[in-house]
Design a protein around this ligand. Sequence first.
Ligand code: 3PG
Length: 217
Amino acid sequence: MFEKMNEEISKLGVIPVIVIEDAKNAVPLAEALEKAGLKCAEVTFRTDAAEESIRQISEHFPDMLVGAGTVLTKENVDKAVAAGAKFIVSPVFDPEIVDYCIEKNVPIYPGCATPSEIMQGIKRGLGIVKFFPAADLGGAVTIKAIASALRGVKFMPTGGINRDNMRDYLSMDCVAAIGGSWMCKSGFISNGEFDRIEKLTREALYSADKIREEKNS
Ligand code: 3PG
């Protein structure tokens, strides 16, 4: 299910998880990500500015894969989709939200922390699930152990991933993409440090490409 989006997310390899306090920063932020070569943004519903930020990014950057993160209710799903979100990410596996997205054909990446939750995703035909909070749950070693039992499903780990440990995750075939805020921390966004975001994002993409090249060689 959601093959096309899964493919795009896997191709990207890195999903920037964004906490944006003021929607006026949405366009400059998206511009920085795009200049760095990353046409993707997961804008989390952790602030009141999320919906408007998704709307602005979608309007100004129609090619950008803008998604909504930290989606905890069906109402969040509706708001996100109406604002232009192309995919939904949640920190939890809530069957009600997952089934709602499936019904509406909106790609959903629910947060799973246990093999049982991942199994619920597999049963619903999801090709990729979010593994959260990845580092606190044992990181890449845990994913490897789960993947050896639950074959076929791919993971989008987030939580505690950064440039120092991204290799552990991205060098595994079962990891579709990593997500994280290290290149676009909310403080950088609030301070208008868009050049810094661009530089860190470019570095992240460069490293991700290198890791994948090495993996496939
Ligand atoms: C998420 O919601 O995916 C995580 O909070 C991102 O985690 P990070 O800030 O540790 O990268």
